[in-house]
Design a protein around this ligand. Structure first.
Ligand code: PHE
Length: 450
């Protein structure tokens, strides 16, 4: 069983852990990225591969990551140090913590910029800027936002302040309070928008697009995208979920809890897709519009519908809230580590990380305008950060977590911790963690890199 102290505090109940972990998992990944990569990768077949990745790799790795967190009860870096020692494994396993903290920091820097778009769109929507606009005008609005370093920086700053403000206040006064408010509102908004899409003309076309399997559209690249996204959307491989696990009450079953979180995350992604594609089809727009799908395509549709100002505003509030609760979890592992390592207050630690991530975020801001021609491996700084973290660091982190939890920690300790009641299921989980998940991750990583 795990130790029972955490200097950062505990979630007050199992449900608060579920809300917090779901808050971390549900974010831009579900509402912005999932619909557009589904669109780019041809729809149904991609969705199927993604679902398989969630079930076969995502859930087992997530159980392992939360378990390691609860066993260590500290920031991921120190948790991994302590667990490596306790398991007589090489201290180098702490690399999981370091790599994760780095990935979290890098993601936070660009996540804040994209979340800033959502904040900006919330205001524009409420202003009625999109009423009856043409596709061209919508493109112009999006282009003007991306083209303006000042605008992007302002919203990036607002979002970073919101995020860091919460992390600075700690697990109970900050994270827990924010999540108790954000998550219910998020679910209500999602249901309202889903209900709207359900009644729109394009609903069956949307369902068709997401669930008809055309395997000819599937490439090795799209399989890599699906796996990377499974990690990204479940917040795996970088210690965010490990940090949240460290604050989990001792007597709850990790396995059952994780299944609920993964289910909620997947449900939100599917619902977001089912809310977005019908609106896209009903208005004769293209599903494969890429990253602009949410910001360029969807507003045209909101502009055409009656009460579109209200629905459109609600929609971008939803996106902003989802991004907010995820960004908090990106900052938590490294902020917790600074508090432990340097014995400084959380306020100080959060400020340092917030400021540094903000500065790095400017590279993403400039990727869309003054640096749009600055390319390495044919990628802008933003594309490079996204690729490096989502497609390499997260799967690599997941791989190390699977190997460490599967091979290095004693099986009896693991059995005690994960709370899988049936021996057969436990064996199945262990098998997945030891063989299936590592092999799949390696295959996809190697394939993607060559
Ligand atoms: N899961 C979040 C999303 O889908 C992003 C995230 C990744 C958050 C990794 C924390 C850690 O948007």
């Amino acid at each position: 069983m795990s130790e029972n102290t955490s200097m950062h505090g505990f979630w007050k109940s199992r449900w608060l852990f579920i809300l917090a972990a779901t808050g971390s998992a549900v974010g831009l990944g579900n509402i912005w990225k999932f619909p557009y990569i589904t669109g780019e990768n041809g729809g149904g077949a991609f969705v199927l591969v993604y679902l398989l990745c969630i079930c076969i790799i995502g859930i087992p790795v997530m159980i392992a990551e939360v378990s390691l967190g609860r066993m260590g009860r500290q920031s991921p870096i120190n948790t991994m140090k302590a667990l490596a020692k306790r398991s007589n494994a090489s201290p180098n396993w702490a690399i999981i913590g370091w790599m994760g903290a780095l990935a979290g920091f890098l993601i936070l820097s660009f996540y804040s910029v994209i979340a800033g778009w959502a904040l900006s769109y919330t205001v524009d929507m409420a202003n009625g800027d999109f009423v009856k606009i043409s596709a061209e005008e919508s493109g112009n609005i999006f282009g003007a936002l991306l083209g303006s370093p000042t605008q992007l920086t302002i919203w990036h700053t607002v979002f970073m302040l919101l995020t860091i403000g919460i992390v600075a206040r700690g697990v109970n006064a900050g994270l827990e309070n924010a999540i108790k408010f954000l998550m219910p509102v998020l679910f209500i908004l999602l249901f309202i928008l889903f209900g709207y899409a359900l009644s729109s003309d394009g609903f069956s076309q949307g369902v068709n697009f997401m669930f008809s399997f055309d395997f000819s559209k599937l490439t090795t690249e799209s399989i890599m995208v699906a796996l990377g996204h499974a990690f990204f959307t479940l917040s795996l491989g970088l210690g965010a979920i490990m940090a949240y696990g460290a604050y989990m009450p001792a007597n709850t079953s990790i396995a059952k809890t994780v299944v609920i979180v993964a289910f909620l995350d997947t449900a939100v992604a599917i619902m977001a897709g089912l809310a977005i594609f019908p609106i896209v089809f009903a208005n004769g727009l293209e599903p494969s519009a890429g990253p602009g799908l949410l910001f360029q395509t969807l507003p045209i549709a909101f502009g055409q519908m009656s009460a579109g100002v209200i629905f459109g505003t609600l929609f971008f509030v939803l996106v902003s809230f989802a991004a907010w609760s995820s960004a908090i979890s990106l900052a938590e592992p490294i902020v917790a580590w600074i508090v432990e390592r340097f014995q400084v207050s959380r306020y100080k630690a959060a400020a340092i990380i917030g400021l540094s991530a903000w500065v790095l975020g400017l590279a993403t801001v400039f990727s869309f305008n003054i640096w749009s021609d600055v390319k390495l491996f044919d990628k802008t700084p933003f594309d490079l950060l996204d690729f490096l973290t989502t497609n390499i660091l997260l799967p690599l982190g997941g791989l190390c977590i699977a190997i460490f939890a599967g091979w290095k920690v004693s099986t009896t300790k693991m059995m005690d911790e994960v709370g899988i009641d049936y021996p057969v299921l436990f064996k199945l989980w262990l098998f997945t963690l030891r063989f299936l998940a590592p092999l799949a991750i390696i295959a996809v990583l190697v394939n993607g890199l060559i």
